[in-house]
Write a protein that binds this ligand. Structure first.
Ligand code: BES
Ligand code: MN
Ligand code: MN
Length: 475
């Protein structure tokens, strides 16, 4: 097999399209079976399901031709590892993905149950889309790699070595994976890391993700009086923690929607005008954007476009806020405590731990007399940017050219995959983010879905990446 790479890519892969055609139904059925297991990593009630999913993934890697497939235990959910080493002198691709999913709530907004996958047509997916939690993020996208692997091994088309590492804690911060990576550097040695856990601009506008934002996630707690109080007897005379919390949160942005935390922007990289105008070339319709979300205007930091606001600029958002009475009818009460969960999306160079400290200090500083404030950091991670002249990027670009007939556009994403920067630190390799989801696929939302066309296009494109990566490394 070691001379496979010497063959030219154009002579290969004649069969990928016919293989997909022939096995399409099975590819869908297998994914649907995986989507049926509610592998919600955030909720311990689903522990058995998360563990069961790991076993199913292990089996699927074995069937796809991986060897030494194992379930690697961690202090949390296990990592499924498998590899196929055909020749140590050939390059090695490390595939990463996650088998855990976000909680599906609010359940009543799902048109079909989140763990009972159905295929329905939509305007953007006239060939059908699979509706289920995890369809796009990330079971569907992860499984494209398993099926691409199956194709390559079944047809003797695997041009290099492969390692698979599929984890079960991405949606809760990958804390145990970080330890696993640091402790297994040799085992995970590779020439490039390949991930499908992002999106692309549109089905006719392929793109490769070249950046991810970092993240700092904190929970805050404001405590007023030692018990809930009658809002008539005490109202107006003591600090109401909910009033105070909302006021404190409101003060975190100024009138231009800049974040007011001292030092927050110190390390933010300012893109040159040239880079910004390059970014602005990506096709984007503000009208369609607003229509898709049913909003009459966009909102954000003064001086930046929508695409800049959601990719190259840092943000601060409340993700949840609670306290007091929220049941039916009215209850006259001043709650003793109020809470909020806050995420800050960061850009490369901002250090997430430093930002967490800046937030904590500032939030404690702005607390008025009469309340106590606690800031509890959750998790976080660094942002990531990758150049477009690396062999990995060029290989991916050529792969898309083969299957989309177009050169993909490099695009920085607003989402986060914190482990990616750690991969670079620990394993010294670049990550290529070949995402096939659409922003409208509703990841983390009710009615998450993944286009059947996108799923199959991913399976078709991935083997080309292997071929070009191997060829480019040897020429
Ligand atoms: N796959 C997403 C991240 C993503 C989606 C990046 C689309 C770019 C485009 C990932 O599963 C995710 O949701 N990450 C979390 C962070 C994590 C620490 C919980 C996120 O971005 O909120
Ligand atoms: Mn994901
Ligand atoms: Mn996610």
């Amino acid at each position: 097999a070691s001379d496979v790479y010497k063959r030219q890519p154009n002579n290969l892969m004649q069969n990928i399209n016919s293989y997909i055609k022939e096995h399409k139904q099975r590819f869908l059925d297998e994914l649907i079976a995986i989507l049926k297991i509610p592998s919600i990593s955030a909720d311990s009630a689903y522990k058995a399901d998360v563990l069961e999913t790991a076993k199913v993934i292990k089996l699927s890697l074995e069937k796809a031709g991986c060897e030494h497939v194992e379930i690697c235990e961690t202090d949390g959910y296990p990592i499924v590892y498998g590899e196929k080493i055909i020749d140590k002198s050939l390059p090695t691709v490390l595939v990463y993905g996650h088998y855990d999913v976000q909680p599906p709530d609010p359940l009543d907004l799902w048109l079909s149950p989140p763990f009972d996958p159905v295929i329905k047509n939509t305007e953007l997916h006239p060939d059908g889309a699979i509706f289920a939690r995890g369809a796009c993020d990330d079971k569907g996208q992860m499984y494209m790699h398993v099926k691409a692997m199956e194709y390559m091994t079944a047809n003797n088309e695997l041009p290099c070595n492969v390692k698979f590492m599929i984890e079960g804690e991405e949606e809760v911060g990958s804390v145990n994976l970080s330890k696993f990576v640091a402790a297994n550097r040799e085992k995970l040695e590779n020439d490039v890391i390949l991930i499908s856990d992002t999106g692309m601009i549109a089905k006719d506008v392929p793109s490769i993700t070249t950046g991810l934002r970092g993240l700092s996630y904190v929970e805050v707690e404001v405590t007023g009086p030692n018990r809930d109080l009658h809002s008539g007897l005490y109202g107006g005379a003591v600090a109401n923690p909910i009033n105070v919390l909302t006021k404190m949160i409101a003060s975190l942005h100024d009138e231009n929607n800049h974040i007011t935390i001292p030092g927050f922007y110190d390390k933010v990289e300012n893109l040159s005008d040239a880079e910004r105008s390059e970014m602005a070339k990506a096709p984007f319709s503000l009208e369609n954007y607003k229509d898709a979300l049913d909003i009459d205007a966009v909102y954000g930091e003064e001086g930046y476009t929508t695409n800049e606001r959601n990719s190259i600029r840092p943000t601060l958002d409340v993700n949840g806020i609670w306290g007091g009475y929220t049941g039916e009818g009215a209850k006259t009460v001043i709650a003793s405590k109020a809470y909020a969960k806050i995420s800050m999306r960061l850009v490369p160079n901002q250090d997430w731990e430093e930002i967490t400290t800046l937030f904590k200090t500032h939030f404690e500083n702005i607390a008025p007399k009469g309340v106590k404030v606690k800031v509890n950091p959750h998790h976080g991670g660094q942002g990531y940017v990758t150049p477009i002249d690396s062999i990995g990027y060029r290989a991916a670009s050529k792969a898309y050219e083969e299957t989309f007939g177009k050169t993909p556009i490099p695009q920085r994403s607003g989402g986060s995959i914190p482990i990616v920067s750690l991969f670079e630190e620990e394993l010294k390799s670049k990550t290529i983010l070949m995402g096939f989801g659409l922003d409208s696929d509703a990841i983390h939302s009710p009615n998450e879905h993944f286009g059947v066309w996108n799923y199959l296009k991913g399976i078709e494109t991935i083997p080309w990446f292997y071929k070009y990566f191997t060829c480019l490394l040897y020429t």
